[in-house]
Design a protein around this ligand. Structure first.
Ligand SMILES: *[C@@H]1O[C@H](CO)[C@@H](O)[C@H](O)[C@H]1NC(C)=O
Ligand SMILES: [Zn+2]
Length: 661
């Protein structure tokens, strides 16, 4: 924001010194003190407006389409002033399209003593692409860009004011190397605003298979924006598994964030291009992508990198490592989840011990819960996720739960879950699809995992408490792995494309692997799904539960398994299943359970457990946070947007047309 203000301020200064013509003071025109120079009337004259000099034509005429009678009147108008600053107000988005569109009204094309009008179709496509940018800053679509009022159709003889731009863009694209297909994705860092814009635009381009939604806000009130891909965005479909990808949990670890921004664009454009693999994936899977879980930390990390690259010291770029890892409250988000693992370690010798759907202990809520952690917990609880990956940087390896060591004093102890084999399989799917992650070469980045084929149990690597992976596994049906994408936490922009090439196949293969194992529906005899029914595999104390309509998914390794389904008040049904080594789709295993009299004792245990599981935020931990937030938005509602004073300072009128309502 500081730089924008500097820009605006300089711009005001510039206008005061050079901008206003000497012969006519601002406002005095309206009092009749200024005469319109006669040479500006009724014939084509050169465009003398600084901000309209790059139009594809060189002459204009007054009065223009806004009925401004002279160049000086146009120059002093708020409509023109807006064009001067629009790129910085809109954060360089829709630039220079909006400005050129505005110029076609303020300095319209003149040929043979006649004004030509710009095309409505151009206006409409710019409006479609850019209106959300205006919306995001609370500014109305400028009245003079009203496509129905100031623009005309091709039959009426319009011209395209962006013509020159298109040609330049096309020739630029021609000279770019095109990889495999015609998806063109810019490989650069993305500010938070740029990221939000890309996600929103991508979802709009692919609106039949995509949408964006926010799961909450960061400490500094940035949205935690998710982009979803599915044949039915916004809805869980019966038997369709759900997967999530999370990036940038540590704000200074940026590769995952960038990969996920590219992945979203790739999925959209490839689907539209008819790529069968991508279409099949999206047609059968609901994919949720959260490129940044810690946008505040990213902002800090990025500013450190910029600051150090201002100095002469080349190495200084890489010193900003630690800055931005934590959220804005200085909390490490990957230590902030409820520690359910210790609870499981303490209970594991008890008879009715389970290692799934562990309730969050009330004591957790007495500690400091980051809004980012809070939002992700709510999200994980609200969707029946089956599979997940969280992307980090600093090494080259895939790690999997448990992340907390089973021995409190041993910080590097192998601590497997009951699903060790499943997790190893999942971790290998990612590592093996990556060109170097699983290589035996000890000289490479991540070489210390060379004998482990690029995968490692989290606790054996180093023990952490309150990690997100353990929470996913012990609180929900979701299996999450942690992917370390490279030794450099904040790689240079030049390395982003390489990162995408290396990880693209792994990112896709891992999403596809959600279709391993078995899935099905647990029903009663009338054919109704039984929500919450338990599906268990013999020899494994980690159960999965059925979703809303009785559908369930159980990731499994190849081989023979005894699977059973049960629910309070129903009989238990058992089935033997055999999974061949190379399965591309989940085996379908349905269960029909018969009603039986309730066993009061086990029912009571079950109800108690469920009540404890449902408890979320019992002390309104974040109450103060949301209260403060709602108070602020009320104040904001009464206040004018931040850009308002800039425009009112320079005009004696209130440009209410800039306000959205
Ligand atoms: C995916 O679904 C769409 C819409 O139903 C369909 O047109 C398309 O052919 C499907 N693609 C594949 C590869 O299944
Ligand atoms: Zn990390």
């Amino acid at each position: 924001m500081a730089s924008l203000w500097t820009f605006l301020f300089l711009n005001i200064l510039g206008r005061v010194i050079w901008g206003f013509p000497q012969r006519c003071k601002p406002g005095s025109y309206f009092q009749g003190q200024c005469r319109t120079p006669p040479e500006e009337k009724s014939k084509c004259i050169d465009i003398m407006l600084t901000y309209c000099k790059d139009m594809p034509y060189s002459t204009t005429m007054y009065p223009n389409l806004l009925e401004q009678k002279s160049r000086s009147e146009a120059e002093q108008s708020l409509e023109y002033l807006l064009l001067n600053v629009i790129h910085s107000v809109l954060n360089w988005e829709c630039n220079p399209d909006i400005r050129m569109l505005g110029c076609s009204i303020i300095a319209p094309r003149c040929e043979d003593h006649k004004i030509l009008k710009p095309c409505r179709s151009t206006c409409e496509s710019v409006h479609k692409a850019c209106d959300h940018m205006f919306e995001s800053i609370g500014m109305a679509w400028p009245y003079y860009l009203d496509c129905d009022r100031f623009f005309v159709s091709e039959e009426e003889g319009c011209y395209d004011p962006l013509e020159g731009l298109r040609e330049a863009e096309e020739s630029e694209m021609d000279s770019m190397p095109i990889e495999e297909s015609s998806s063109v994705i810019p490989f650069t860092y993305h500010s938070n605003k740029q990221m939000f814009n890309i996600l929103i635009k991508t979802a709009e381009e692919c609106s039949h298979i995509s949408r964006t939604y926010s799961i909450g806000q960061s400490t500094e009130k940035r949205d935690l924006l998710v982009i979803e891909f599915s044949s039915n965005p916004g809805e869980h479909e019966l038997l369709e598994p759900e997967v999530k990808y999370i990036g940038n949990m540590h704000g200074n670890e940026i590769m995952g964030r960038e990969l996920l921004i590219y992945l979203a664009q790739y999925l959209c454009s490839e689907y539209l291009l008819g790529n069968t693999r991508i279409q099949t994936l999206i047609n059968t899977t609901r994919i949720h992508i959260l490129p940044s879980m810690n946008p505040d930390g990213y902002e800090l990390a990025l500013s450190e990198v910029h600051r150090s690259s201002d100095t002469d010291d080349e190495d200084a770029i890489y010193t900003g490592y630690a800055a931005g890892r934590h959220n804005a409250q200085n909390i490490d988000l990957n230590r902030n989840f409820p520690d359910l693992t210790s609870y499981v370690y303490n209970q594991r010798r008890l008879k009715y011990f389970r290692s799934d759907h562990i309730p969050i202990p009330d004591s957790y809520w007495l500690g400091k819960v980051a809004p980012e952690t809070y939002a992700v917990m709510k999200w994980i609880r609200s969707i029946p996720f089956v599979l997940s990956a969280s992307f980090h940087g600093g090494d080259l390896v895939v790690s999997y739960p448990y992340d907390l060591s089973k021995h409190p004093l041993e910080k590097n102890m192998f601590s497997p879950t009951p699903d060790e084999q499943v997790f190893r399989q999942l971790a290998k799917i990612y590592a093996n699809a990556h060109p170097t992650m699983s290589s035996q070469d000890t000289d490479r980045c991540g070489g210390k995992f060379a004998d482990k084929e690029g995968i490692v149990n989290g606790a054996q690597w180093y023990s952490i408490v309150g990690g997100m992976g353990d929470f996913n596994y012990l609180h929900t049906n979701c299996f999450e792995i942690t992917v370390e994408l490279g030794c450099d936490k904040f790689p240079a922009e030049d390395d982003l494309y390489t990162g995408w090439k290396e990880n693209k196949e792994a990112l896709l293969t891992f999403l596809e692997s959600v279709h391993r194992g078995i899935k099905g529906i647990v029903k009663d005899e009338d054919g109704h799904g039984i929500k919450g029914a338990i599906v268990s595999v013999r020899g494994n104390r980690h159960y999965v539960t059925a979703a809303e309509n009785g559908d369930y998914w159980r990731l499994l390794t190849p081989g023979t398994h005894i699977v059973s389904a049960s629910a309070p008040g129903y009989s238990r049904v058992m089935k033997r299943v055999h999974l061949p080594a190379h399965m591309q789709t989940a085996g379908r295993v349905d269960f029909v359970l018969k009603k039986v009299p309730l066993d009061p004792e086990s029912n009571e245990i079950n109800i108690l457990h469920l009540a404890r599981y449902e408890r979320f935020d019992p002390y309104n931990q974040l109450d103060w946070y949301y209260k403060r937030e709602s108070r602020q938005t009320e104040e904001e509602r009464q206040e004018k947007p931040w850009w308002w004073s800039y425009f009112t300072q320079l005009s004696n009128k209130n440009p209410t047309w800039l306000l959205r309502n």
